[in-house]
Design a protein around this ligand. Structure first.
Ligand code: ZN
Length: 541
Protein backbone atom coordinates (compact mmCIF):
# COMPACT_ATOMS: atom_id res chain seq x y z
CA UNK A 1 0.00 0.00 0.00
CA UNK A 2 1.30 3.42 -0.98
CA UNK A 3 2.35 5.57 2.00
CA UNK A 4 -0.15 8.41 2.09
CA UNK A 5 0.30 11.68 3.95
CA UNK A 6 -1.30 12.03 7.34
CA UNK A 7 -4.16 14.51 7.10
CA UNK A 8 -3.59 16.95 9.96
CA UNK A 9 -5.34 20.12 11.12
CA UNK A 10 -2.59 22.03 9.29
CA UNK A 11 -2.42 20.14 6.01
CA UNK A 12 -5.72 18.39 5.22
CA UNK A 13 -6.78 21.26 2.93
CA UNK A 14 -3.63 20.82 0.83
CA UNK A 15 -4.01 17.09 0.35
CA UNK A 16 -7.72 17.33 -0.54
CA UNK A 17 -7.36 20.38 -2.78
CA UNK A 18 -7.17 18.25 -5.91
CA UNK A 19 -10.73 17.00 -5.46
CA UNK A 20 -11.80 19.82 -7.82
CA UNK A 21 -8.68 19.50 -9.97
CA UNK A 22 -6.99 22.61 -8.57
CA UNK A 23 -3.63 22.84 -6.78
CA UNK A 24 -3.72 25.27 -3.87
CA UNK A 25 -0.86 26.78 -1.87
CA UNK A 26 -0.92 28.81 1.34
CA UNK A 27 -0.74 32.53 0.59
CA UNK A 28 -0.48 35.41 3.06
CA UNK A 29 -3.48 37.73 2.64
CA UNK A 30 -1.43 40.69 3.97
CA UNK A 31 1.68 40.57 1.77
CA UNK A 32 0.70 37.95 -0.85
CA UNK A 33 3.74 35.71 -0.10
CA UNK A 34 3.27 32.05 -0.99
CA UNK A 35 4.23 29.77 1.89
CA UNK A 36 4.99 26.06 1.64
CA UNK A 37 4.83 23.77 3.51
CA UNK A 38 1.98 25.40 5.47
CA UNK A 39 2.85 27.19 8.72
CA UNK A 40 0.56 29.31 10.93
CA UNK A 41 2.48 32.58 10.41
CA UNK A 42 3.81 34.38 7.35
CA UNK A 43 7.63 34.16 7.39
CA UNK A 44 7.83 37.41 5.37
CA UNK A 45 5.55 39.81 7.30
CA UNK A 46 4.60 37.68 10.35
CA UNK A 47 0.90 38.06 9.60
CA UNK A 48 -1.32 35.25 10.88
CA UNK A 49 -3.82 35.79 8.03
CA UNK A 50 -3.65 33.44 5.05
CA UNK A 51 -5.81 31.36 2.78
CA UNK A 52 -5.38 28.41 0.42
CA UNK A 53 -4.89 30.00 -2.99
CA UNK A 54 -5.40 28.23 -6.31
CA UNK A 55 -2.39 28.26 -8.63
CA UNK A 56 -1.95 27.25 -12.27
CA UNK A 57 -0.46 23.86 -11.48
CA UNK A 58 2.45 24.60 -13.80
CA UNK A 59 6.09 24.48 -12.81
CA UNK A 60 9.66 23.61 -13.73
CA UNK A 61 11.79 20.64 -12.70
CA UNK A 62 14.75 21.93 -10.64
CA UNK A 63 15.89 18.63 -9.17
CA UNK A 64 15.19 15.01 -10.05
CA UNK A 65 16.36 11.46 -9.62
CA UNK A 66 15.52 8.22 -11.35
CA UNK A 67 15.11 5.76 -8.53
CA UNK A 68 16.20 2.16 -9.20
CA UNK A 69 16.02 0.71 -5.70
CA UNK A 70 12.96 -0.88 -4.15
CA UNK A 71 12.58 1.04 -0.88
CA UNK A 72 8.90 0.27 -0.48
CA UNK A 73 6.68 -2.45 -1.96
CA UNK A 74 4.20 0.13 -3.28
CA UNK A 75 6.73 1.69 -5.63
CA UNK A 76 7.96 -0.33 -8.59
CA UNK A 77 11.35 0.91 -9.85
CA UNK A 78 12.44 2.61 -11.96
CA UNK A 79 10.50 5.80 -11.40
CA UNK A 80 11.31 9.51 -11.50
CA UNK A 81 11.04 11.77 -8.47
CA UNK A 82 11.48 15.52 -8.86
CA UNK A 83 11.46 18.85 -7.11
CA UNK A 84 9.16 21.16 -9.05
CA UNK A 85 9.36 24.96 -8.69
CA UNK A 86 5.90 26.45 -9.14
CA UNK A 87 5.32 28.98 -11.92
CA UNK A 88 3.71 31.54 -9.59
CA UNK A 89 6.72 31.59 -7.27
CA UNK A 90 9.78 29.42 -8.02
CA UNK A 91 10.65 29.67 -4.31
CA UNK A 92 7.70 27.37 -3.66
CA UNK A 93 8.56 23.80 -4.56
CA UNK A 94 6.89 20.42 -4.41
CA UNK A 95 8.64 17.09 -4.19
CA UNK A 96 6.61 14.89 -6.50
CA UNK A 97 6.61 11.97 -8.90
CA UNK A 98 6.96 12.65 -12.62
CA UNK A 99 4.46 10.61 -14.67
CA UNK A 100 3.43 10.29 -18.30
CA UNK A 101 7.00 10.01 -19.54
CA UNK A 102 9.79 7.43 -19.56
CA UNK A 103 11.72 8.10 -16.31
CA UNK A 104 15.03 8.24 -18.17
CA UNK A 105 13.77 11.22 -20.19
CA UNK A 106 13.22 13.47 -17.20
CA UNK A 107 15.69 16.35 -16.91
CA UNK A 108 16.33 19.68 -15.21
CA UNK A 109 14.46 22.61 -16.78
CA UNK A 110 11.48 20.66 -18.13
CA UNK A 111 8.14 22.39 -17.70
CA UNK A 112 5.49 20.25 -16.05
CA UNK A 113 1.82 20.46 -15.16
CA UNK A 114 -0.03 18.91 -12.22
CA UNK A 115 -2.01 15.69 -12.60
CA UNK A 116 -3.77 14.53 -9.46
CA UNK A 117 -3.88 10.91 -8.38
CA UNK A 118 -6.71 10.03 -6.03
CA UNK A 119 -6.08 7.56 -3.13
CA UNK A 120 -8.68 7.22 -0.35
CA UNK A 121 -9.05 10.72 1.14
CA UNK A 122 -5.95 12.14 -0.55
CA UNK A 123 -5.34 13.77 -3.94
CA UNK A 124 -1.59 13.53 -4.63
CA UNK A 125 -0.23 16.25 -6.94
CA UNK A 126 1.91 14.37 -9.49
CA UNK A 127 3.38 16.19 -12.48
CA UNK A 128 3.69 15.46 -16.18
CA UNK A 129 6.08 17.14 -18.66
CA UNK A 130 4.45 19.49 -21.17
CA UNK A 131 7.24 18.95 -23.69
CA UNK A 132 8.51 22.51 -23.20
CA UNK A 133 11.77 23.62 -21.61
CA UNK A 134 11.76 26.58 -19.24
CA UNK A 135 13.19 29.76 -20.78
CA UNK A 136 14.55 30.94 -17.43
CA UNK A 137 16.52 29.18 -14.69
CA UNK A 138 14.30 29.32 -11.61
CA UNK A 139 17.22 28.43 -9.28
CA UNK A 140 19.42 31.23 -7.97
CA UNK A 141 23.19 30.84 -7.85
CA UNK A 142 24.34 29.81 -4.36
CA UNK A 143 26.01 32.52 -2.35
CA UNK A 144 28.23 32.78 0.69
CA UNK A 145 25.78 33.23 3.55
CA UNK A 146 26.24 35.86 6.25
CA UNK A 147 26.35 34.34 9.72
CA UNK A 148 25.65 36.01 13.04
CA UNK A 149 28.92 37.51 14.30
CA UNK A 150 30.12 36.87 17.86
CA UNK A 151 29.81 39.79 20.30
CA UNK A 152 33.44 39.67 21.40
CA UNK A 153 36.63 37.63 21.18
CA UNK A 154 35.68 35.22 23.96
CA UNK A 155 34.96 31.70 22.72
CA UNK A 156 33.22 29.06 24.79
CA UNK A 157 34.93 26.54 22.51
CA UNK A 158 38.30 27.19 24.16
CA UNK A 159 37.09 26.08 27.59
CA UNK A 160 36.84 22.43 26.50
CA UNK A 161 39.10 19.81 25.00
CA UNK A 162 38.50 16.37 23.49
CA UNK A 163 40.31 14.22 26.03
CA UNK A 164 39.37 10.66 25.11
CA UNK A 165 37.89 8.53 22.35
CA UNK A 166 36.70 4.95 22.25
CA UNK A 167 35.16 2.62 19.72
CA UNK A 168 33.39 -0.71 19.87
CA UNK A 169 33.76 -3.43 17.29
CA UNK A 170 32.67 -2.07 13.92
CA UNK A 171 31.15 -4.26 11.23
CA UNK A 172 28.26 -5.73 9.31
CA UNK A 173 25.69 -7.91 11.08
CA UNK A 174 27.63 -8.16 14.35
CA UNK A 175 24.45 -9.42 16.06
CA UNK A 176 25.50 -7.77 19.32
CA UNK A 177 23.12 -5.92 21.63
CA UNK A 178 23.60 -2.24 20.68
CA UNK A 179 23.74 -1.18 24.33
CA UNK A 180 26.68 -3.54 24.73
CA UNK A 181 28.43 -1.80 21.82
CA UNK A 182 27.76 1.55 23.51
CA UNK A 183 29.25 0.34 26.80
CA UNK A 184 32.34 -0.95 24.97
CA UNK A 185 32.92 2.45 23.36
CA UNK A 186 32.20 4.40 26.54
CA UNK A 187 34.56 2.32 28.72
CA UNK A 188 37.32 2.69 26.14
CA UNK A 189 36.85 6.45 25.82
CA UNK A 190 36.89 7.02 29.58
CA UNK A 191 40.05 4.93 29.97
CA UNK A 192 41.62 6.68 26.98
CA UNK A 193 41.06 10.01 28.74
CA UNK A 194 42.83 8.62 31.85
CA UNK A 195 39.59 8.84 33.82
CA UNK A 196 37.38 6.56 35.89
CA UNK A 197 33.67 6.19 35.19
CA UNK A 198 33.07 8.04 38.47
CA UNK A 199 34.77 11.12 36.97
CA UNK A 200 32.09 11.44 34.30
CA UNK A 201 29.42 13.98 35.26
CA UNK A 202 27.62 14.50 31.94
CA UNK A 203 26.10 12.38 29.17
CA UNK A 204 25.27 13.57 25.67
CA UNK A 205 24.10 11.73 22.58
CA UNK A 206 22.37 11.98 19.23
CA UNK A 207 19.62 11.21 18.29
CA UNK A 208 18.41 9.85 21.65
CA UNK A 209 15.92 7.00 21.66
CA UNK A 210 15.28 6.32 17.97
CA UNK A 211 14.09 3.33 15.95
CA UNK A 212 15.42 1.77 12.74
CA UNK A 213 18.67 0.58 14.32
CA UNK A 214 19.79 4.17 14.84
CA UNK A 215 20.23 4.13 18.63
CA UNK A 216 20.86 1.93 21.65
CA UNK A 217 18.03 3.72 23.42
CA UNK A 218 19.55 7.03 24.43
CA UNK A 219 20.57 8.59 27.73
CA UNK A 220 18.17 6.76 30.03
CA UNK A 221 19.20 3.38 28.64
CA UNK A 222 22.91 4.13 29.02
CA UNK A 223 22.53 5.71 32.46
CA UNK A 224 20.58 2.65 33.60
CA UNK A 225 23.56 0.54 32.56
CA UNK A 226 26.40 2.74 33.85
CA UNK A 227 24.81 4.54 36.89
CA UNK A 228 26.98 7.64 36.54
CA UNK A 229 24.74 10.12 38.39
CA UNK A 230 25.35 12.89 35.83
CA UNK A 231 24.72 16.54 36.72
CA UNK A 232 23.53 17.15 33.15
CA UNK A 233 22.25 15.06 30.25
CA UNK A 234 21.37 15.77 26.67
CA UNK A 235 20.07 13.67 23.81
CA UNK A 236 17.81 14.13 20.86
CA UNK A 237 17.49 14.57 17.15
CA UNK A 238 16.85 18.31 17.37
CA UNK A 239 20.56 19.06 17.62
CA UNK A 240 23.00 20.43 15.07
CA UNK A 241 23.63 16.94 13.70
CA UNK A 242 25.46 14.13 15.48
CA UNK A 243 28.30 16.55 16.28
CA UNK A 244 25.71 18.72 17.99
CA UNK A 245 25.85 16.35 20.95
CA UNK A 246 29.53 17.29 21.34
CA UNK A 247 28.79 21.02 20.95
CA UNK A 248 26.11 20.70 23.65
CA UNK A 249 28.62 18.94 25.91
CA UNK A 250 31.09 21.79 25.35
CA UNK A 251 28.39 24.26 26.44
CA UNK A 252 27.79 22.26 29.63
CA UNK A 253 31.52 22.24 30.37
CA UNK A 254 32.01 25.92 29.52
CA UNK A 255 29.13 26.86 31.82
CA UNK A 256 30.71 24.97 34.72
CA UNK A 257 27.91 22.45 35.06
CA UNK A 258 30.13 19.53 34.02
CA UNK A 259 33.80 18.66 34.07
CA UNK A 260 33.89 15.53 31.90
CA UNK A 261 31.01 14.76 29.51
CA UNK A 262 30.78 11.37 27.82
CA UNK A 263 29.33 11.71 24.31
CA UNK A 264 28.32 8.62 22.37
CA UNK A 265 26.71 7.59 19.10
CA UNK A 266 25.62 4.02 18.34
CA UNK A 267 24.21 2.47 15.18
CA UNK A 268 23.15 -1.12 14.52
CA UNK A 269 21.38 -0.68 11.20
CA UNK A 270 23.05 -3.77 9.73
CA UNK A 271 21.88 -6.21 12.42
CA UNK A 272 18.52 -4.42 12.60
CA UNK A 273 17.93 -5.20 8.93
CA UNK A 274 19.29 -8.75 9.24
CA UNK A 275 16.83 -9.41 12.07
CA UNK A 276 13.99 -8.45 9.75
CA UNK A 277 13.05 -5.47 11.90
CA UNK A 278 13.26 -2.94 9.07
CA UNK A 279 10.02 -2.46 7.20
CA UNK A 280 7.98 0.05 5.26
CA UNK A 281 6.62 1.59 8.47
CA UNK A 282 3.11 2.76 9.19
CA UNK A 283 0.40 3.41 6.61
CA UNK A 284 0.63 7.23 6.84
CA UNK A 285 3.64 9.49 6.46
CA UNK A 286 3.87 12.33 8.97
CA UNK A 287 5.96 15.43 9.58
CA UNK A 288 8.32 16.48 6.80
CA UNK A 289 8.18 12.92 5.45
CA UNK A 290 4.55 13.51 4.45
CA UNK A 291 5.78 15.81 1.68
CA UNK A 292 8.12 13.18 0.19
CA UNK A 293 7.22 9.55 0.98
CA UNK A 294 3.86 9.56 -0.89
CA UNK A 295 5.80 10.24 -4.10
CA UNK A 296 8.31 7.42 -3.64
CA UNK A 297 10.99 9.76 -2.25
CA UNK A 298 11.57 7.39 0.64
CA UNK A 299 15.28 7.59 1.35
CA UNK A 300 17.78 10.36 2.01
CA UNK A 301 19.50 8.93 -1.07
CA UNK A 302 16.55 10.16 -3.17
CA UNK A 303 16.46 13.62 -1.58
CA UNK A 304 20.21 14.27 -1.91
CA UNK A 305 20.34 12.75 -5.42
CA UNK A 306 17.89 15.37 -6.69
CA UNK A 307 20.26 18.11 -5.54
CA UNK A 308 23.25 16.25 -6.96
CA UNK A 309 21.60 16.23 -10.39
CA UNK A 310 20.92 19.97 -10.14
CA UNK A 311 24.64 20.46 -9.35
CA UNK A 312 25.84 18.26 -12.23
CA UNK A 313 23.47 20.06 -14.61
CA UNK A 314 24.34 23.57 -13.41
CA UNK A 315 28.11 23.19 -13.40
CA UNK A 316 28.54 20.63 -16.16
CA UNK A 317 30.37 18.29 -13.81
CA UNK A 318 30.58 14.57 -14.66
CA UNK A 319 29.56 11.69 -12.42
CA UNK A 320 33.27 10.88 -12.16
CA UNK A 321 33.59 13.85 -9.79
CA UNK A 322 31.47 11.93 -7.29
CA UNK A 323 33.49 8.81 -8.05
CA UNK A 324 36.69 10.56 -6.99
CA UNK A 325 35.26 10.89 -3.48
CA UNK A 326 34.37 7.20 -3.38
CA UNK A 327 37.75 6.11 -4.77
CA UNK A 328 39.64 8.33 -2.32
CA UNK A 329 37.77 6.81 0.62
CA UNK A 330 38.41 3.29 -0.60
CA UNK A 331 42.11 3.89 -1.22
CA UNK A 332 42.49 5.29 2.31
CA UNK A 333 40.46 2.48 3.89
CA UNK A 334 43.11 0.01 2.75
CA UNK A 335 45.27 1.50 5.52
CA UNK A 336 42.51 1.34 8.14
CA UNK A 337 42.18 -2.08 9.81
CA UNK A 338 38.75 -1.12 11.18
CA UNK A 339 37.22 -0.25 7.80
CA UNK A 340 34.52 -2.54 6.43
CA UNK A 341 35.40 -2.18 2.73
CA UNK A 342 39.15 -2.24 2.08
CA UNK A 343 39.47 -3.84 -1.36
CA UNK A 344 40.79 -1.55 -4.10
CA UNK A 345 38.20 0.09 -6.34
CA UNK A 346 38.65 1.56 -9.82
CA UNK A 347 36.61 4.23 -11.59
CA UNK A 348 35.21 1.44 -13.78
CA UNK A 349 34.08 -0.42 -10.65
CA UNK A 350 32.45 2.79 -9.44
CA UNK A 351 30.68 3.60 -12.71
CA UNK A 352 29.44 0.05 -13.31
CA UNK A 353 28.05 -0.54 -9.82
CA UNK A 354 24.35 -1.21 -9.32
CA UNK A 355 22.34 2.02 -9.82
CA UNK A 356 20.51 3.19 -6.69
CA UNK A 357 18.97 6.55 -7.53
CA UNK A 358 20.56 8.67 -10.24
CA UNK A 359 23.23 9.97 -10.20
CA UNK A 360 24.03 7.64 -7.27
CA UNK A 361 25.14 4.05 -7.63
CA UNK A 362 26.02 1.64 -4.85
CA UNK A 363 29.40 3.26 -4.14
CA UNK A 364 27.93 6.73 -3.73
CA UNK A 365 26.11 5.49 -0.63
CA UNK A 366 27.74 4.79 2.74
CA UNK A 367 27.74 1.36 4.36
CA UNK A 368 25.08 0.59 6.99
CA UNK A 369 26.91 -1.03 9.89
CA UNK A 370 26.92 -1.78 13.60
CA UNK A 371 29.20 0.15 15.93
CA UNK A 372 29.48 2.69 18.69
CA UNK A 373 31.91 5.57 19.15
CA UNK A 374 32.36 7.67 22.29
CA UNK A 375 34.18 10.94 22.87
CA UNK A 376 34.98 12.58 26.21
CA UNK A 377 34.66 16.38 26.35
CA UNK A 378 36.67 17.70 29.33
CA UNK A 379 37.23 21.05 30.97
CA UNK A 380 40.33 22.54 29.33
CA UNK A 381 41.71 23.25 32.82
CA UNK A 382 42.13 19.49 33.29
CA UNK A 383 43.92 18.95 29.95
CA UNK A 384 47.43 18.67 31.43
CA UNK A 385 46.34 15.74 33.62
CA UNK A 386 45.34 13.61 30.65
CA UNK A 387 47.63 10.92 29.20
CA UNK A 388 47.22 11.97 25.55
CA UNK A 389 47.70 15.42 24.01
CA UNK A 390 44.36 17.14 24.49
CA UNK A 391 42.63 18.13 21.28
CA UNK A 392 41.59 21.75 21.39
CA UNK A 393 38.39 23.03 19.79
CA UNK A 394 39.15 26.24 17.93
CA UNK A 395 35.61 26.96 16.72
CA UNK A 396 32.23 25.45 15.90
CA UNK A 397 29.74 26.26 13.16
CA UNK A 398 26.09 25.56 13.95
CA UNK A 399 23.93 28.33 12.51
CA UNK A 400 20.87 27.46 10.42
CA UNK A 401 20.77 29.92 7.52
CA UNK A 402 18.86 27.81 4.99
CA UNK A 403 15.34 26.45 4.86
CA UNK A 404 15.13 23.26 6.89
CA UNK A 405 12.60 21.75 4.48
CA UNK A 406 15.07 19.97 2.22
CA UNK A 407 13.27 20.77 -1.02
CA UNK A 408 12.48 24.45 -0.34
CA UNK A 409 15.94 25.95 0.10
CA UNK A 410 19.41 25.05 -1.12
CA UNK A 411 19.18 22.73 -4.11
CA UNK A 412 22.58 23.32 -5.76
CA UNK A 413 24.30 21.61 -2.81
CA UNK A 414 23.34 19.45 0.11
CA UNK A 415 21.18 21.67 2.34
CA UNK A 416 22.34 22.71 5.82
CA UNK A 417 26.04 22.91 5.06
CA UNK A 418 26.37 26.43 3.62
CA UNK A 419 25.16 28.23 6.75
CA UNK A 420 27.06 26.11 9.25
CA UNK A 421 30.29 26.41 7.25
CA UNK A 422 29.95 30.21 7.07
CA UNK A 423 29.27 30.32 10.81
CA UNK A 424 32.47 28.37 11.54
CA UNK A 425 34.70 30.89 9.80
CA UNK A 426 33.03 33.77 11.66
CA UNK A 427 34.31 32.35 14.96
CA UNK A 428 38.00 31.99 14.13
CA UNK A 429 40.81 33.90 12.47
CA UNK A 430 41.97 30.67 10.83
CA UNK A 431 41.12 30.23 7.13
CA UNK A 432 40.69 27.18 4.91
CA UNK A 433 44.37 27.37 3.94
CA UNK A 434 45.27 26.69 7.59
CA UNK A 435 43.52 23.30 7.58
CA UNK A 436 45.77 20.22 7.33
CA UNK A 437 43.06 17.61 6.81
CA UNK A 438 39.31 17.51 6.30
CA UNK A 439 36.90 14.96 7.72
CA UNK A 440 33.94 15.50 5.43
CA UNK A 441 30.60 13.84 6.05
CA UNK A 442 30.10 11.41 3.17
CA UNK A 443 26.81 9.67 3.79
CA UNK A 444 26.66 10.17 0.03
CA UNK A 445 29.58 11.24 -2.17
CA UNK A 446 27.78 14.49 -3.02
CA UNK A 447 27.68 15.48 0.65
CA UNK A 448 31.47 15.62 0.76
CA UNK A 449 31.53 17.75 -2.42
CA UNK A 450 28.99 20.08 -0.80
CA UNK A 451 31.09 20.46 2.37
CA UNK A 452 34.28 21.05 0.34
CA UNK A 453 32.67 23.96 -1.47
CA UNK A 454 30.70 25.26 1.52
CA UNK A 455 33.86 25.45 3.61
CA UNK A 456 35.54 27.44 0.85
CA UNK A 457 38.29 24.99 -0.09
CA UNK A 458 37.18 25.80 -3.64
CA UNK A 459 34.49 27.91 -5.27
CA UNK A 460 30.93 26.77 -5.95
CA UNK A 461 30.91 24.42 -8.92
CA UNK A 462 34.70 24.14 -9.01
CA UNK A 463 35.17 20.86 -7.14
CA UNK A 464 35.75 18.68 -10.19
CA UNK A 465 38.72 20.70 -11.43
CA UNK A 466 39.96 21.36 -7.92
CA UNK A 467 40.04 17.65 -7.05
CA UNK A 468 42.68 17.23 -9.78
CA UNK A 469 41.77 13.59 -10.48
CA UNK A 470 41.72 13.02 -6.72
CA UNK A 471 45.35 13.98 -6.16
CA UNK A 472 44.49 17.02 -4.05
CA UNK A 473 42.50 15.03 -1.45
CA UNK A 474 44.74 11.95 -1.33
CA UNK A 475 46.68 11.09 1.81
CA UNK A 476 49.77 12.87 0.40
CA UNK A 477 47.79 15.65 -1.25
CA UNK A 478 47.34 19.30 -0.39
CA UNK A 479 44.19 18.61 1.66
CA UNK A 480 43.85 14.96 2.69
CA UNK A 481 40.14 14.07 3.00
CA UNK A 482 38.79 11.23 5.12
CA UNK A 483 42.06 9.34 5.67
CA UNK A 484 40.12 6.54 7.43
CA UNK A 485 37.96 5.90 4.37
CA UNK A 486 34.92 7.90 5.43
CA UNK A 487 31.52 6.38 5.96
CA UNK A 488 31.62 5.20 2.34
CA UNK A 489 34.29 2.62 3.16
CA UNK A 490 34.76 2.50 6.94
CA UNK A 491 31.05 2.35 7.75
CA UNK A 492 28.14 4.62 8.60
CA UNK A 493 28.88 5.54 12.19
CA UNK A 494 26.84 8.67 11.50
CA UNK A 495 29.28 11.45 12.11
CA UNK A 496 31.25 10.15 15.07
CA UNK A 497 33.69 8.19 12.90
CA UNK A 498 35.03 11.51 11.61
CA UNK A 499 35.59 12.78 15.15
CA UNK A 500 37.34 9.55 16.13
CA UNK A 501 39.67 9.77 13.14
CA UNK A 502 40.37 13.48 13.71
CA UNK A 503 41.51 12.76 17.26
CA UNK A 504 43.77 9.89 16.09
CA UNK A 505 45.27 12.11 13.38
CA UNK A 506 45.82 15.15 15.62
CA UNK A 507 47.45 12.92 18.24
CA UNK A 508 49.67 11.56 15.44
CA UNK A 509 48.46 8.06 16.35
CA UNK A 510 46.97 7.14 12.95
CA UNK A 511 49.68 4.68 11.95
CA UNK A 512 50.29 4.15 8.24
CA UNK A 513 47.47 6.53 7.30
CA UNK A 514 48.88 9.39 9.38
CA UNK A 515 48.71 12.78 7.66
CA UNK A 516 52.21 14.17 8.09
CA UNK A 517 52.34 17.03 10.58
CA UNK A 518 48.57 17.16 11.11
CA UNK A 519 47.87 20.14 13.36
CA UNK A 520 44.44 21.43 12.33
CA UNK A 521 41.45 19.39 11.21
CA UNK A 522 37.96 20.36 10.15
CA UNK A 523 35.24 17.84 11.06
CA UNK A 524 31.72 18.00 9.66
CA UNK A 525 28.72 16.00 10.64
CA UNK A 526 25.33 15.74 9.06
CA UNK A 527 23.79 18.03 6.52
CA UNK A 528 20.35 17.76 5.00
CA UNK A 529 19.12 18.02 8.56
CA UNK A 530 20.70 20.78 10.69
CA UNK A 531 24.38 20.01 10.99
CA UNK A 532 27.55 21.15 12.68
CA UNK A 533 31.21 21.60 11.90
CA UNK A 534 34.15 21.68 14.30
CA UNK A 535 37.64 23.04 13.81
CA UNK A 536 40.06 21.02 15.94
CA UNK A 537 43.71 21.64 16.78
CA UNK A 538 46.53 19.66 18.27
CA UNK A 539 47.99 22.64 20.15
CA UNK A 540 47.00 26.10 21.26
CA UNK A 541 47.87 28.53 18.52
ZN1 ZN B 1 2.89 38.07 4.77
Amino acid sequence: MRPLPELTLATAWFWTSGSDGRLRVQRCTECATFVHPPVPICPACRSRAWEPTAVSGRGTIVGYTVNHHRWHPAFEPPYAIAVVALAEDPGVRLTTMIVGVDPTEVSIGQEVVVRFEHHDDVWLPLFEPTGELSAVDPVAEPERLLPRRPLDDGRFEHRSVLSGVGRSALGRRLMVDPLSLTVDACLEAVADAGLELEDIDGLSTYPGPAGMGMSEGGITTVEEALRLHPTWINGGGDLPGPGGSVVAAMLAVASGLCRHVLCFRTVWESSFAALGLAGPGGPRASGLSAWRAPFGAISAANWIAMNANQYLHRYGAPREMLGLIALNGRANAARNPAAIYRDPMTMDDYLSARPITSPFGLYDCDVPCDGSIAVVVSDAATADDRPHPAIRIEAVGTQILERVSWDQGTITHEPQVLGQAAHLWSRTSLRPADVDLALLYDGFTFNAISWLEALGFCGFGEAHDWLDHGRRIALDGELPVNPHGGQLSEGRTHGFGFLYEAVQQLRHDAGERQVAGAGTAVVTSGGGVPSSVLLLQRHHS
